[in-house]
Design a protein around this ligand. Structure first.
Ligand code: AMP
Ligand code: MG
Length: 350
């Protein structure tokens, strides 16, 4: 594995590697991706191998130009109404943290879609991701660059720590700004359906295409042939330590147990908890807060919390607590995605 900078020459080195069927991890605005040529079956196989990812879990393919959407998706087969929704989503929300499940082109390998008739496509806004895609093959398959089921990486160091020699190159582009994965929207049914909440809020989507349906109940067992959306596995995005999820009221009433870690959404709840436990706020290496700016509105706090979520869970995992207590986010904006990830992290215990 070789660490690269986000300079143009280094991006070209990674792009050449991808063209040759190798893998490069790269920054996006959501989390770091593990990229390979979406049309090269052996590159796809290497992605699954590097992540120890089951084959029923399909990949998101990334484009950096609307004119290449056709290479992956058969948009002419969409109904006129869905076609109109696709156009407005592309215009208003791409590039950005939104993945669209669309009818697939026959040329997209089944390995990329786990045999589904749909392909998930995203146009990331991160300039390094865009360059890498343009300099290589135009369509890059890239799941999050972490071992299957574990926390998603928001820094190059996370990728190095988790995948090491299983990846050929890592482009270091600093912190991923949004910090949770893209929202996956199924655009093959009308109304469209959010299969996985993520970096684009439901509110933002509904503002441009009107009502959307929301999700499926999480399934504990890996379904038969292919999942509609892998983020739907009940246990996913999980740290090593068992995680317990609490709403703000319950969190502020928890007794302090040495050896356990505490992850608060806001300073207010942390303050109330510290008072009850007669602890001074701050100074304890096992106590964390996702938001620090008390003056922010709730929706903006969820943006701050999402950006800090996985990085903070990495830090907590590295101090090896016997358990993690995490406070739920308010259920608006990116809070829906945060709670989705924490719920799946908590499901690992069962
Ligand atoms: P990850 O690669 O770990 O970021 O996760 C990939 C995500 O892509 C999954 O969580 C799914 O939600 C989504 N996905 C990929 N392909 C499809 C598809 N054809 N239909 C629906 N969702 C998909
Ligand atoms: Mg992932």
């Amino acid at each position: 594995m070789r660490m690269l900078t986000s300079g143009d020459e280094d991006i070209r080195i990674a792009a050449e590697a991808i063209k040759a069927g190798r893998l490069a991890a790269f920054p996006t605005e959501t989390v770091y991706g593990l990229g390979g040529d979406a049309f090269n079956v052996s590159a796809l196989a290497r992605i699954f191998e590097a992540k120890r990812r089951p084959r029923f879990d399909p990949l998101i393919v990334h484009i950096a130009d609307l004119s290449t959407l056709d290479m992956a998706a058969d948009i002419r087969s969409l109904s006129p109404s869905l076609r109109a929704k696709l156009d407005v989503l592309c215009r208003e929300l791409w590039p950005g943290p939104l993945t669209l499940a669309l009818p697939k082109q026959p040329s997209v390998p089944d390995l990329a879609t786990s045999g589904l008739p749909t392909v998930a496509v995203r146009f990331p806004s991160h300039p390094v991701a865009q360059k890498l895609i343009r300099y290589s093959t135009g369509v890059i398959a890239a799941p999050s660059a972490n071992p299957f089921g574990y926390l998603s990486p928001t820094k190059a160091g996370h990728v190095q720590e988790q995948l090491g020699e299983r990846v050929d190159f890592i482009i270091d582009g600093g912190r991923a700004g949004i910090g949770v994965e893209s929202t996956v929207l199924d655009l093959t049914e009308d109304p469209a359906r959010i299969l996985r909440p993520g970096g684009t809020s439901r509110e933002a989507i509904e503002a441009v295409i009107g009502h959307v349906e929301m999700g499926f109940p999480p399934t504990r067992d890996a379904p038969q042939a292919a999942l509609h959306s892998p983020g739907q596995l009940a246990s996913h995005y999980a740290p090593k330590a068992p995680l317990f999820l609490h709403d703000a009221g319950a969190m502020s009433h928890l007794p302090f147990c040495p050896g356990e870690a505490y992850l608060f959404f806001d300073e207010e709840t942390r303050g109330a908890w510290s008072m009850r436990n007669a602890r001074n706020a701050g100074g304890d290496e096992r106590i964390f807060t996702l938001t620090h700016d008390a003056d922010k509105g709730t929706a903006d706090k969820t943006l701050e919390a999402a950006a800090n979520l996985f990085d903070t869970l990495y830090i907590i995992d590295n101090i090896k607590p016997s358990a993690i207590h995490a406070q739920k986010s308010p259920d608006i904006g990116l809070g829906v995605a945060i709670n989705d990830r924490l719920t799946r992290a908590a499901a690992k215990r069962n």
